[in-house]
Design a protein around this ligand. Sequence first.
Ligand code: GRF
Length: 201
Amino acid sequence: MLVSGTGTNLQALLDACDSGEIPAEVAVVISNVPDALALERARRAGVPAIVIGRRAVSGAPAFEAAIRRALEAHRVGLVCLAGFLKILSPAFVAAFAGRVMNIHPALLPAFGGRGMYGDRVHEAVLASGARVSGCTVHFVTEEPDAGPIIAQAAVPVHDDDDEATLHERIKVAERSLLVDTVGRLVRYGWSIEGRKVRIGP
Ligand code: GRF
């Protein structure tokens, strides 16, 4: 798992792996932010937690090479970005093609792309007048937030929502979507054809 923040999604996966709901383990947690709470969550669960590239810019070759080495050393089969605030280069994405997924706090293909992260996503949703938002789990390709969609969940937008209340409601949906999706990917395998993801043989 690649993280930069509080790690509530990471926690949901750690718990689901621990309880057997997901028949896999979180092999390593990598953060570019040294004091990310996510690292503490990993350590508490006994999972290797490492900091890489604390001052690195997105796509910096040495930063990405270090991430690749760590993922390979831990024999990672699926890379999950959960609140990871760096954009991975095309070379990195190609090296792990079809094996890197991301969770985005809106219903893609709307409200995604470069610059659409954190509160900006919810700000844009609220400004648009949309009555539903939600979350999207997708495979990562070169273009941010534009890869094949694996699964989505919708949540209502309330009249009195601000960015924080909307994000909180979405985060509840994110945790179950992520656990359910990773569980199915791990159990049944997956294939990608163009923009279509099929889970199962
Ligand atoms: C999530 O809302 C995710 O969709 C977004 O960043 C947030 C990360 O939250 N990309 P957490 O670190 O898992 O608590």
